[in-house]
Each structure stands twice: as structure tokens, then as C-alpha cells.
Write a protein that binds this ligand. Structure first.
Ligand SMILES: Cc1ncc(COP(=O)(O)O)c(C=O)c1O
Length: 303
């Protein structure tokens, strides 16, 4: 992040290098922050638009409510702050990170009466996986996904991501691009992405009860896939079903649509990026960049 870029912290716009928190902050010690990951895209005629901002802010508030965090700002205030930050930093294709945390340096865990701070940062952003276009190679993690008996998986809380980090590190260290996580014996999701497989022209994705984050990209695909002629089924997927799928891909704000061409060294289909995945990715890219007039109400234009 460019130290001179602008950041929104507790209602003020500051230089990134001037936005400071005490080093003993509760959320740094214990992972008690909550966050969102949002993208803006450069669209037609010099416009820049934020994709599904309302749904991301709704999810931020749902996460806050799960952890009884009173953010102290309305949804409208935070949406305006995001638009302001994008404008102040002249951003086009960007990644936007709203974050709320306990700005408190006491050691006790319980969060009652601890001060909550909120910041919004944003940075230029391209592909999350450098080799996204060629498709990535994944490994089913030896680490299970956290499940709803351990932590609320529907919350986008920092602490959940230590489970993602250990799985991603294992996959990277073994030479794979990303991990796929299992929960209760069935495929759940990636460390920061939802997963879809395609079998006999149907899109199949784990159900909300399979310990997944309810992804906004996943929801976008579920909504538009029928218009391309594909039925979407939300159900449990076994590890071997992934091996035998015609195509597999990840879906997420950061990952966008990332084809998976190998799982555990087993080629998916013919080991190349699948035709249906390509169609889904093309439509998704058109939607997020405002090139599909039916989905323009998903975009908040900043100019
Ligand atoms: C664990 C996890 N699953 C799925 C997703 C995809 O969600 P979305 O499409 O809303 O970015 C993310 C990213 O936010 C994530 O962190």
C-alpha cells in the first residue's frame, strides 16, 4: 500500500502512514476484527463502479451483529466513505477493505466496553492468482475447514482466517496454487473462495449448511447461470466427485472466477480450462464492468 494514499479511519480521511493503532490492540492480539473484501472496476466510458456494494455492507453488518459489535456508523455513512476513498485515491480497478476492530490495548478477552474503530482502505488490484487464466492446481487440505460448532462461518471475522492461512500455506509449500477445504467429510470451500463443480452441464456448489461463507460472487453466479442455460444445484460434494467433475472453479471477490485444472494431481476433465467455466467467467466480467445492462443496478458508480 502506498504510504501517501488516503485511508478512512473513524470518520476522518488520513494519509495511510498517519493512520496508527496501539500495537497491543485486542484485534491484533486475538484476531477479533471483522472485515469485507469488495472490488471496484473500471467500466465503459471512464466510469468506475463498485460491485454489489449494498450486499457487502449488509454482510459487514451481519458479521458485526454475530459478534455484537456496534459499529457506530450507518450503512449509508460507510458506503459514502468507500466512495470518498476511491475518489480520493483516483482508483479504478481496486480492492476495498472495510475493517472494524477493538482499538483497545487491555489484555482481557471479553470485548464488553472496548472501543471499536472502523477503517476503510483501498488499493489498486488486479488478478488474485497470477496464473488465473491458465487455471490453477489445488490440493485438498489436511486441515479441515472450521465448522459452525467451532465458529460462525457465515461471519467474515479475522480469526476465521488463521484456518485459511494454515491450509493455504500447506498447499503453497507443497507446490500447489491453493487449498480446497473439507468440512464434516465433504468439500466446503477454498481458504478465501467458494467452489463450484460442473457435471453433465449442471453447476453444483456446496450448500450453506456445508460450512461456507455465503459468497456474493457465488450468489451472482447462482442468479445468472440459468440465463446461460445451466441449472445450479446446492448440495454436498465429496472429494472424489471433484476428481471426476467435468470442470471445477473457484468464485470470490478477489479470485473472481478462477478455473481449477487439477485437484490432488488429478486432472479435471482434460486438464484444461473448461468451456462452461469460460462462459461463466466472461459473463461475470461483463457484469462487474457494467457491460451487461441487465445488471447495472449491482454497481455503485463513483463518477
Ligand atoms: C472463506 C471465504 N469464502 C468465500 C469467499 C467468497 O466470497 P465473496 O464472493 O463474497 O467475495 C470469501 C471471500 O470473501 C472467503 O473469504
Amino acid at each position: 500500500m502506498d504510504p501517501s494514499s488516503k485511508i478512512w479511519l473513524d470518520g476522518e480521511i488520513l494519509k495511510y502512514s498517519d493512520a496508527k493503532v496501539p500495537i497491543l490492540t485486542h484485534s491484533l492480539q486475538y484476531g477479533s476484527g471483522i472485515f469485507e473484501g469488495i472490488r471496484s472496476y473500471k467500466g465503459e466510458n471512464g466510469t468506475t463502479g463498485i460491485f454489489r456494494l449494498d450486499e457487502h455492507i449488509d454482510r459487514f453488518f451481519h458479521t458485526a451483529s454475530i459478534y455484537s459489535m456496534k459499529l457506530g456508523y450507518s450503512k449509508e455513512e460507510l458506503k459514502k466513505a468507500i466512495v470518498d476513498i476511491l475518489k480520493d485515491n483516483n482508483l479504478e480497478d481496486s480492492y476495498i477493505r472495510p475493517f472494524a476492530f477493538y482499538n483497545d490495548d487491555s489484555i482481557g478477552m471479553a470485548t464488553k466496553n472496548k472501543k471499536i474503530s472502523v477503517f476503510i482502505g483501498a488499493m489498486p488490484f488486479g488478478a488474485y492468482f497470477a496464473n488465473k487464466m491458465e487455471g490453477i492446481r489445488c490440493k485438498v487440505s489436511s486441515w479441515n475447514r472450521i465448522n459452525s460448532t467451532i465458529l460462525p462461518v457465515q461471519a467474515k471475522a479475522s480469526g476465521n482466517y488463521i484456518n485459511s492461512i494454515i491450509a493455504s500455506n500447506e498447499a503453497y509449500n507443497l507446490g500447489y496454487d491453493e487449498a480446497i477445504m473439507i468440512s464434516n467429510g465433504y468439500v466446503s470451500e477454498g481458504p478465501g473462495e467458494n467452489i463450484f463443480m460442473i457435471k453433465n452441464n449442471e453447476l453444483i456448489t456446496p450448500a450453506p449448511s456445508d460450512d461456507i461463507l455465503l459468497g456474493i460472487t457465488r450468489d451472482t453466479i447462482i442468479k445468472f447461470a440459468p440465463s446461460l442455460g445451466y441449472k445450479v444445484i446446492e448440495r454436498r460434494i465429496s472429494r472424489a466427485e471433484l476428481y471426476l467433475a467435468d470442470e471445477v472453479f473457484f468464485a470470490g471477490t478477489a479470485a473472481e472466477i478462477t478455473p481449477i485444472i487439477e485437484v490432488d494431481n488429478i486432472k479435471i476433465g482434460n486438464g484444461e480450462v473448461g468451456e462452461i467455466t469460460k462462459k461463466i467467467a466472461e459473463k461475470y466480467n461483463d457484469i462487474v464492468r457494467g457491460k451487461n445492462s441487465s445488471y447495472l443496478n449491482s454497481i455503485t458508480y463513483i463518477n
